[in-house]
Design a protein around this ligand. Structure first.
Ligand SMILES: [Ca+2]
Ligand SMILES: [Ca+2]
Length: 368
C-alpha cells in the first residue's frame, strides 16, 4: 500500500505535467481575448421568422455553405461530398460537377458564364462547360491558405477573401480561438492574370459582395463582428470604412439584394459558455488542446440570423430562429425573384423563406 501511493502520485504528476505541456507549451494557438460587441437584446429582437421556412434538397445537399443563382435562374451550391449541385428552375436537382474534397465554400457567377468557386484548400477555381481551371492559388509568392468567398465585377476584376494565412479550413476554430487578424482580401485581374493584395490584417475576412453600382466592396470581418466598405471608385477610392459593426453574430456570406441592399448571414457564435471562452486565454488554450470541448460548447444549435442592411449600414430587416429549432448556423442568404434562399454549414438542406415580405415584393412569398 505504502509503495503504491508514491507510484500513483508520481503517475498523477506525470499526467498533469503532460497535460500542461499540451495546453501551454505545445498549444497550436497564441490566443488573445476576443472582444465581443455588447448588443442590447432590444437591438435585434427575436421574431423566429426562420422557423417558418421550407426545406428543399433535404438529404441531397451536404452542408451547403454558399449559394449562387445564374442568369437562367438555376441555383448552385457546393457541398461537403465534393459535388457542385444544381437546382433547376423546374425544381429538379442535378449533380452538376464532381470537384472532390470537402472544402468548397463561397461561390459567384462569372461575368462570362460559369462559376467562380472558392476551394479553401485549392484556391480560386473557375468551373464551366470546358472543365475546371485554377484562377489563383497564391498571391505575391504566398499561398492562398483559406479561400473563402468571391465576387466578380462587370469590369472583370475578381475579389476574394483569404480568411486566414495561419490556419486552414479544418482549423477555423483555432483561428477563432486565437482571434488575430491573419486574413486578407485579394484582387485578381483576368486581363493580366495577376493576383494582388488589396487589404491585409483582417480578422477572418469572410463574405465579399459588390454594391449595386460597383463603387465599393463589402467585406464581412467575422471575428470583429462587423462588415467593412472598401471604396473601389469615386473620391474615397482606396479607403476602407465600417459599413456596420456591433453585430449580434459573426458575419459570414454577404450578397447583394435585388433592391441594392445586402443580405448578411450571421453565425450564432454567442452564448454564455462561448462568451466566457472568448474572454479567457487559458480557456482558449484548453479548448485548442482538447477539440472535443468545442463540440460541447460551439457546435450546438444556436441562433440562426440573417439581416438586410442598406448601403448606409442601417438594418432594414432581421430574420432569426432564436434557438436553431428549424435551421441553425446559417452561412448564406441569397435573394432571387423575391425568395430568400439560405445555406448552412450544419444542415443537409437549403431553406426558402416563405410568408415574409421581402424588399420589392408585391406580396408574400409562397413555397416552390
Ligand atoms: Ca458568395
Ligand atoms: Ca464563408
Amino acid at each position: 500500500m505504502s509503495s503504491r501511493l508514491p507510484a500513483a502520485v508520481t503517475a498523477l504528476v506525470a499526467i498533469s505535467v503532460a497535460y500542461l505541456f499540451r495546453i501551454i507549451i505545445y498549444s497550436p494557438i497564441s490566443p488573445n481575448p476576443l472582444h465581443l460587441p455588447w448588443v442590447p437584446s432590444s437591438a435585434f429582437p427575436s421574431n423566429d421568422i426562420l422557423q417558418g421556412v421550407v426545406k428543399i434538397g433535404e438529404g441531397i445537399v451536404d452542408r451547403p455553405e454558399d449559394l449562387a443563382v445564374d442568369k437562367e435562374g438555376s441555383l448552385y451550391t457546393a457541398t461537403r461530398d465534393g459535388w457542385i449541385k444544381k437546382l433547376h428552375k423546374n425544381g429538379s436537382w442535378e449533380e452538376w460537377r464532381m470537384m472532390g474534397g470537402s472544402s468548397m465554400l463561397g461561390m459567384a457567377t462569372a461575368v462570362d458564364g460559369g462559376l467562380l468557386v472558392c476551394d479553401a484548400e485549392k484556391g480560386l477555381l473557375k468551373v464551366d462547360e470546358g472543365g475546371v481551371t485554377v484562377v489563383a492559388s497564391e498571391v505575391e509568392g504566398s499561398k492562398i491558405r483559406f479561400a473563402d468567398d468571391v465576387i466578380q465585377g462587370a469590369d472583370g476584376n475578381i475579389y476574394l477573401s483569404d480568411a486566414s494565412t495561419k490556419f486552414g479550413f479544418h482549423e477555423w476554430i483555432l483561428d477563432l480561438l486565437e482571434a488575430e487578424p491573419h486574413g486578407r482580401v485579394l484582387k485578381h485581374d483576368p486581363s493580366t492574370g495577376t493576383t494582388s493584395l488589396l487589404l491585409s490584417h483582417l480578422a477572418f475576412p469572410n463574405g465579399v459582395a459588390l454594391s449595386s453600382e460597383q463603387h465599393f466592396l463589402v467585406i464581412c470581418e467575422s471575428w470583429k463582428f462587423r462588415c467593412l466598405k472598401h471604396w473601389l471608385k469615386g473620391p474615397s477610392q482606396g479607403k476602407t470604412e465600417t459599413l456596420i459593426e456591433n453585430l449580434p453574430g459573426a458575419p459570414d456570406n454577404v450578397n447583394l439584394a435585388e433592391d441594392g441592399t445586402f443580405w448578411i448571414a450571421l453565425l450564432g457564435l454567442r452564448s454564455t459558455g462561448l462568451d466566457i471562452l472568448h474572454s479567457s486565454k487559458v480557456a482558449k488554450r484548453i479548448v485548442a488542446a482538447f477539440p472535443t470541448l468545442w463540440q460541447k460548447l460551439g457546435e450546438r444549435k444556436t441562433r440562426a440570423m440573417v439581416i438586410n442592411v442598406g448601403e448606409d449600414g442601417k438594418v432594414k430587416q432581421m430574420l432569426d430562429d432564436s434557438r436553431g429549432k428549424v435551421v441553425t448556423f446559417v452561412t448564406s442568404a441569397v435573394e432571387y425573384e423575391g425568395y430568400l434562399y439560405l445555406g448552412s454549414l450544419l444542415a443537409n438542406f437549403i431553406v426558402i423563406t416563405t410568408g415574409i415580405h421581402l424588399p420589392g415584393m408585391e406580396s408574400e412569398c409562397a413555397p416552390l
